[in-house]
Design a binder for this molecule. Structure first.
Ligand code: ADP
Length: 462
């Protein structure tokens, strides 16, 4: 937008006239006036034989006129600058006009900005979402009416610390570590029973924050219904499955069973085992989702856990014949839940064994990486095409569902791993090359590590 678009038409016309375009024009106007005064004074001086006196008086008159103009300019600037300037000629006239024009332009821009702010404010006021501006001192600066409904802000809260008003522990944690929660948080409303609010903070300026919140009760209820449904169905399936497995086992042990029935029974047994595994994984996932806030603060002896995982892997490996290596390089122990971590690490190991053609090499390691510690499983297996990596931890996502079923996979293993790691403030890193192999790394931050006093349990087995 050009500057002149702010000017009213009269100003634009004047702006374009010759009169105010060049300084030399204004000066020549003054010089002409001075010359005229001096010529008249000179003629008068010659007539009355007091030439020098008349010239001096002429100069005094000229400067008196200039001082008068200066006085008028000063008066106008100090008292009436909003009104059009008095009509002065010469340099003072030009100065007056330029000051007047600059001020008008400024006022027009201000009006434009105020209009813009007004429009932005009214659109924010009309929003269904709560919007709260929080200043650098963490005090509430402004909010819209939706914030009053959703967060119960009221008139007296202006300039109060936001953490003294929204005191939910999850919000305090989020406010102090905004970057750790890229999707914001969902909190149960402390003002309205049974309602849930999604809160997202965005940093701007130096340390100011914009809080946007909206009601997610419906989505939360649907999500809860989904969880309950999966949980209930899994529980309900458990009993009939146990009964079925029991009978199938007893029947298949029967020596007199005809051969053609035996095959059918073996298949039935295999499928019930798969269903059992599926139900168990679903129950574990649903427990992980529901227990997300439970403290996980056992100290896990990693040397012991790694050796136990290695033994289990050797048992599972018998039908695959891979070479298994164990690298125990870190002296750190982990702080968390041993059952959950063992299950997540076990999933990574069985996947590596399952998805590696026989006679491969699997290396299980526990190592330090800077401040962090990394549990990794490296295989020389079929690898994964990079296009699948972003979706790999979704429930039931399989690169090759036929192969996964063949190997007895439930499609839930990596979803469980992701959940367990998230609950231990860790994350999963996957490196893979098709036909060459994959490395799955579970990375844990410093605060999840515990350095045992005695480091005698350090082992390095290869
Ligand atoms: P599944 O029970 O099918 O193994 P997971 O959730 O454990 O389910 O794994 C999801 C998919 O990721 C698998 O179906 C498989 O395609 C792929 N995958 C997992 N681990 C590996 C691996 N070590 N090598 C190659 N592919 C893997």
């Amino acid at each position: 937008m050009s500057d002149s678009s702010f000017l009213p038409d009269d100003l634009k016309d004047e702006q374009s006239t010759e009169r105010y375009s060049a300084l030399k024009n204004y000066i020549s106007e003054d010089i002409r006036r001075l010359a005229l005064i001096l010529i008249i004074a000179g003629f008068i001086g010659l007539g009355i034989h007091h030439f020098l006196l008349c010239i001096t008086l002429g100069l005094i008159l000229f400067f008196a006129l200039q001082f008068r103009s200066l006085y008028i300019v000063n008066q106008w600037i100090s008292q009436h600058s909003q009104e059009p300037p008095p009509d002065l000629s010469g340099v003072w006239g030009a100065l007056l006009f330029n000051v007047y024009r600059a001020q008008r332009r400024e006022r027009m821009m201000q009006a434009e900005m105020v209009g813009l702010i007004d429009r932005a404010q009214s659109s924010l006021m009309a929003l269904e979402e709560a919007v709260v501006l929080i200043d650098e001192q963490h005090c509430i600066e402004w909010w819209n009416p939706a914030a009053e409904r959703l967060l119960s802000l009221k008139f007296g809260d202006h300039k109060r610390q936001v953490l003294t008003i929204i005191r939910h522990p999850d919000f305090i944690q989020y406010f102090n570590h905004v970057n750790d929660f890229p999707d914001g948080i969902v909190v149960e409303s402390s003002f309205h029973d049974g309602r849930y609010t999604q809160i997202k903070l965005t940093r701007f300026g130096y340390e100011s924050r914009l809080l946007v919140a909206y009601d997610v009760t419906r989505i939360h209820k649907l999500e809860q219904m989904r969880k309950d449904f999966v949980d209930n169905v899994s529980h309900e399936l458990r009993t009939p499955l146990t009964v079925l497995s029991g009978y199938l086992e007893t029947l298949s042990e029967n020596e007199e069973m005809p051969q053609r029935w035996k095959r059918a029974f073996d298949q039935m047994q295999q499928q019930t085992r798969r269903m059992n595994a599926l139900v168990n994984d679903l129950l574990l996932l649903s427990r992980l989702e529901n227990e997300s806030l439970q403290a996980k603060n056992q100290i896990i002896d990693m040397a012991e856990l790694m050796n136990q995982l290695f033994d289990d892997a050797q048992g599972y490996n018998t039908e695959y014949g891979h070479t298994l290596n164990l690298n125990l390089e870190s002296h750190n122990d982990l702080i968390g839940s041993d059952m959950e971590l063992a299950s997540a690490f076990g999933n990574l190991i069985t996947n590596a064994i399952k998805y590696t053609p026989s006679q491969g090499t699997i290396t299980i390691a526990w190592q330090d990486r800077g401040d962090e510690a990394v549990f990794s499983v490296q295989d020389t297996g079929i690898g994964i095409n990079p296009t699948h990596l972003p979706r790999l931890t979704e429930r039931f996502y399989r690169v090759d569902s036929g192969r996964s079923r063949e190997t007895g996979g439930t499609g839930l293993g990596l979803a469980i791993v992701k959940h367990v790691l998230a609950q231990h403030d860790g994350h999963l890193e996957i490196e893979s090359k098709e036909q060459l192999g994959s490395t799955f790394k579970a990375v844990f931050p410093k605060h999840r590590l515990h350095r045992p006093e005695s480091e005698e349990n350090f082992v390095d087995t290869e």
